[in-house]
Design a protein around this ligand. Structure first.
Ligand code: NAD
Ligand code: ZN
Length: 818
């Protein structure tokens, strides 16, 4: 490489790294894996070493990757927040160990090893035992003040009690979103039609930067602490500091250990390689730190990293597997997600059978052919992904994967909007998973709160055509008698291509006999799967005889079954029997086989055939037919369900508005709109200008609101819901405004107030028509300046030209003081 080439490559690498840093830290997105990113950085560092004349101070190799954001107050860190050197190789770890030994001139040192938690770094400053400030890493020198958001994290101590707590100290740790919470949020986002969060780290980072602490509180962030800093903390070693943190009530992950040499470190690394997947959060490696503080001082820092610590990162594990097929899942918003079904392989501690393929572009990018051998990798993501195709192993004559063009659930032609990666099923109203999604959203705890309606029950009601829209729920009451005995699953049934209804052998045999358990019959049938039916029937007679229970009666019934089967001329299906034949054996004296066959062509369960025919059968016959059915809706379940549906009519307007599932209207927006317009009719009439004038309402939302009310079917649903007594107006009993003296004003209070506690001032401002903002910004009308308002906030307010008024002036303004 010539110096010119090196210079050009350094520039190119710097640009790329800056771009990915920006995505990662500012936008909480990634386009390449951490491994790929670290490779770019490593290449840059090596080139700069070789050509030091091209090393510039702005190089990303010299700087911590993050920056500060505009929306928050910023402060300068007392101790800089640095990055860590990292490596993926054992040789480099040994080289690090040698450098430490060389730097110290001896090998008399120990390492403290911790897992590397994949979250967001945070610094907490305590004064006189009180948490006074929480700051992000930012650019390493200065960071964003996110105290209010951090205070919502339950296990962060706000006060430290005990003896010998230093007057001032700083604690650092990693804020993370537990994997379970992450999955929960994404499930909800999917149901609401919102974009999914990429991984828990990005989600945690995005959450921390939210303006509304109330939303942050709902996200259940958590934090692990790993560093204590300060002038007089009275410890000389990291392990002592960690024990102090534990004693003071900080959440320290109990995964650390002390190592006497690098071999022990390797042992620690390998012992966590698989075990780490059992942790509640993502981890991506191990951090080893020289334990002794004096030794740390001797070793010092480079521009960006300490010389006394390093991170060893686990490389995402990968394995080969075979692509068996692709399943196309239809999401609750109609989005299609292709999922690869793989031959099972062991990867990162679990057996992997499926991998996400995201969308059609991804399949194209990979160039997938049917039956390909693929590389599967499990990194920070929850679902493994396919990283490439092993071309040498491609089967001769295999064909490229062709993306589907029809919805696998409802057969509608799929659409793909300009600029969107995903295909969608546009059959919003008739596609079963989309109906299910909307009804699940409607009954959700935070919407209509009908918890007696779980997914399985809703699904049953949809499939058996009792509901197709949430307004139908309120008409179930009239159909209560049909619901009794409704079958919850249809797994035991099969339809032949020409529409005949079949039932599985065990269920049929169970209903046809007496004194034999379903479990023993199932065992028998397992032995005879895929045998010719006549052979199975012969053997079943033997089975009855060996069991010696009601032999004459049971054998008689099976003989009768054989007779009717022979004369019926119905098609056959392996391991199944025609439902009308079995029913005919059980209740033949009431109805002809022809009528039963006819009814079964249009129905999907025994329950619905019985409803349709309305036969005068005896109690005993009913009991025998029940043995054919799957689990059924019982009296208790039905009354419970109907009670929940009835009670939901009391939900306030804002919940109803949220439950309607208007695109982009989340819980908070529904609340804002309900409080603003008071009635659905007013919301419906609202013009674009009126809507945009409301804080928090943007153009996308206006579009969805207008589109929603333009659809006559939606209007009809609302009308039906109104007839059933749901609330489409704010209750008169709901708290009315105390006054309108602050109408339209945006206000912030800072520092300590005398007349209000923190939350009281917010309620007070809102009760008088104003709006409380959580951060200093240009859009504020004024700031109420309390005692000890932070100097940096004040400075920012002055810079932006926001007026400051005293608490007394404020009280006068609202007429509470003359
Ligand atoms: N994929 C991308 O596009 C992309 C872009 C930028 C950065 N990244 C990745 O993000 C990382 C960013 O590097 P970085 O400078 O933030 O360094 P880093 O995240 O690799 O290491 C430093 C950080 O580790 C954290 N940490 C976790 N557990 C710790 C423990 N037990 N002790 C001490 N610190 C602990 C701290 O927050 C600290 O700030 C890189 O590893 C890179 O792979 C990826
Ligand atoms: Zn569909």
């Amino acid at each position: 490489m010539t110096p010119e080439q090196a210079k050009a490559r350094i520039e190119e690498l710097s640009n790329q790294i800056n771009y990915h840093n920006h995505l990662y830290y500012q936008e909480d997105r990634i386009e390449i894996s951490d491994f790929e990113f670290d490779k770019l950085l490593e290449e840059l560092i090596n080139l700069e070493k070789e050509y030091p004349e091209f090393l510039v101070p702005e190089s990303p190799s010299q700087r911590v990757g993050g920056t500060i954001t505009k929306e928050f107050e910023t402060v300068i860190h007392e101790y800089r927040m640095l990055s860590l050197g990292n490596t993926y190789s054992e040789e480099e770890l040994k080289a690090f160990d040698d450098r430490v030994a060389k730097g110290l001139g001896h090998r008399d040192f120990e390492y403290f090893c911790e897992l590397k938690f994949d979250g967001v770094a945070i610094s907490l400053v305590y004064e006189n035992g009180k948490l006074v400030r929480a700051v992000t890493r930012g650019d390493g020198t200065k960071g964003d003040v996110v105290t209010e958001n951090v205070k919502t994290i339950k296990n962060i101590p706000l006060h430290i009690k005990g003896q010998n707590v230093p007057a001032k100290f700083e604690v650092r740790g990693e804020i993370f979103l537990p994997r379970k919470e992450f999955e929960k949020i994404n499930t909800e986002r999917e149901a609401n039609g919102e974009a999914l969060l990429a991984n828990p780290r990005n989600a945690a980072s995005g959450t921390l930067k939210m303006q509304d602490s109330a939303v942050v509180a709902k996200r259940r962030l958590n934090c692990y602490f790993y560093q204590l800093l300060g002038e007089d903390i009275g410890v000389n070693r990291h392990d002592e500091a960690i024990h102090l943190l534990e004693k003071w009530g900080f959440n320290v992950s109990p995964t650390y250990t002390k190592c006497n040499n690098i071999d022990e470190v390797f042992h620690y690394i390998s012992s966590w390689k698989e075990k780490r997947f059992e942790m509640p959060l993502d981890t991506d490696g191990v951090v080893l730190k020289v334990n002794d503080y004096d030794q740390r001082e001797e070793l010092g820092f480079t521009a960006k990293i300490p010389r006394w610590a390093i991170a060893y990162k686990y490389q995402a594990e990968s394995a080969e597997s075979e692509l068996l097929s692709i399943t196309y899942q239809v999401g609750r918003t109609g989005a299609i997600t292709p999922v690869a079904n793989l031959a099972p392989v062991l990867l990162a501690g679990t057996t992997v059978k499926r991998a996400s393929l995201h969308n059609a572009n991804e399949i194209e990018r990979l160039g997938l052919f049917e039956g390909d051998t693929v590389m599967v990798e499990k990194g920070g993501e929850i679902i493994p992904k396919i990283t490439g195709v092993v071309l040498e192993k491609r089967k001769p004559g295999s064909k490229p994967v062709v993306y589907i063009d029809h919805c696998p659930e409802c057969e509608s032609p799929l659409i793909r909007k300009e600029g969107e990666a995903k295909h969608f099923c546009p059959n919003f109203k008739g596609c079963p998973p989309q109906i299910l999604g909307r009804i699940e959203h409607f009954v959700h705890k935070r919407a209509m709160d009908i918890d007696s309606l779980g997914t399985e029950r809703i699904q049953t009601l949809i499939v058996q055509r009792y509901i197709g829209n949430f307004a139908d729920l309120y008409e179930l009451e009239n159909k209560a008698n049909q619901l009794l005995g409704l079958e919850m699953s249809q797994d035991q049934y099969q339809k032949s291509d020409d529409g005949y209804l079949f039932i599985s052998l065990p269920k049929a045999f169970f209903a046809l006999t007496e004194g034999l358990s379903l479990a023993s019959i199932q065992k028998f049938c397992e032995r005879y799967t895929e045998q010719p039916l006549w052979e199975v029937l012969d053997n079943f007679e033997m089975f009855i005889r060996t069991n010696n229970k009601k032999v004459a009666q049971n054998v008689g019934t099976i003989k009768k079954l054989e007779e009717i089967l022979l004369s019926s001329h119905l098609p056959q299906m392996e391991d199944y029997l025609p439902v009308p034949v079995v029913m005919n054996v059980l209740i033949g004296n009431w109805i002809s086989l022809e009528k039963l066959v006819e009814a079964s062509l249009h129905e999907n369960t025994v329950h619905s055939i019985l409803l349709k025919l309305n036969l005068p059968i005896t109690r005993e016959q009913e009991d025998r037919l029940k043995k054919m059915k799957a689990n059924t809706f019982q009296e208790g379940v039905i009354s419970n369900m109907l009670e929940g549906i009835r009670a939901s009519k009391e939900q306030p307007f804002e919940k109803v508005l949220f439950a309607l599932g208007i695109r982009n209207i989340g819980e908070n927006t529904a609340q804002i709109l309900a409080r603003h317009f008071k009635k659905i009719d007013e919301l419906q009439k609202a013009s674009t200008e009126q809507l945009l004038a409301i804080n928090g309402i943007g153009e996308t939302l206006v579009e969805s609101i207008h589109a929603y009310f333009k659809d006559p079917e939606n209007l009809e649903t609302i009308e039906r819901l109104k007839t059933h007594g749901l609330k489409f107006e704010v209750d008169a009993t709901e708290k009315p405004l105390e006054s309108e003296s602050l109408k339209g004003m945006k206000i912030l209070a800072s520092g300590k107030l005398n007349h209000f506690k923190r939350d009281e001032i917010i309620d007070f401002i809102e009760a008088n028509g104003g709006q409380y903002l959580k951060a200093v910004s240009k859009s504020l009308d004024f700031i109420i300046e309390g005692e000890d308002m932070g100097p940096s906030k004040k400075e920012k307010a002055e810079k932006l030209g926001v007026k400051l008024i005293s608490e007394d002036e404020f009280l006068q303004m609202v007429g509470k003081k003359s």
